[in-house]
Write a protein that binds this ligand. Structure first.
Ligand code: T46
Length: 135
């Protein structure tokens, strides 16, 4: 599975921590969009889609949540719970997010502007597209 955890160095000192994220340096693509999820209902499950092109790095700035990832052949579960770790989600990965802690703030760094046409929201369609992309 195309899954990678990025480790970010803190530039902190006795005053506290600071992490800098930069296009094509510690973020492995040009950053086109940033969004964040917060105050998510702890019972909510989000996602249920994959992307054709979009790459993203997801960071739990506060709290934690669980990512269920599926490349059509293999499934993997990742708990995000550190502002020093980023989950790189490449294209053609089905994602579902659950178990949001009350205080969870998820930062998402994206390689493309928002485009609904880039979403694959039907799981059967995803399996078909993922197997074609794999060949
Ligand atoms: C992903 C996970 C981690 C916009 O208008 N612009 C945006 O940039 C985004 C991300 C969303 N929206 C709209 C589309 C929906 O009407 O905001 C609403 C909620 O989005 P969605 O239901 O897609 O949220 P999630 O949490 O299921 O998925 C989001 C991202 O869409 C997705 O790319 O990987 O977070």
């Amino acid at each position: 599975m195309k899954l990678k955890i990025l480790n970010f160095d803190s530039l902190g000192d006795e005053r506290g921590d600071l992490v800098s994220l930069e296009s094509n340096l510690n973020i492995p693509f040009e950053i086109k969009r940033v969004y964040y999820l917060f105050d998510t209902d702890t019972d909510s499950v989000r996602g249920f889609h994959a992307h054709y092109e979009l790459k993203q790095v997801v960071i739990a700035l506060k709290g934690q949540c669980t990512f269920h990832l599926d490349d059509g052949k293999e499934k993997q579960v990742v708990v995000l719970n550190s502002p020093l770790k980023g989950l790189l989600i490449e294209s053609f990965l089905w994602r579902e997010m659950s178990d949001f802690s009350d205080d969870c703030v998820l930062l998402v760094i994206a390689s493309q502007h928002y485009d609904e046409a880039d979403y694959i929201r039907n799981y059967e369609e995803f399996l078909k597209e993922a197997s074609q992309n794999d060949t």
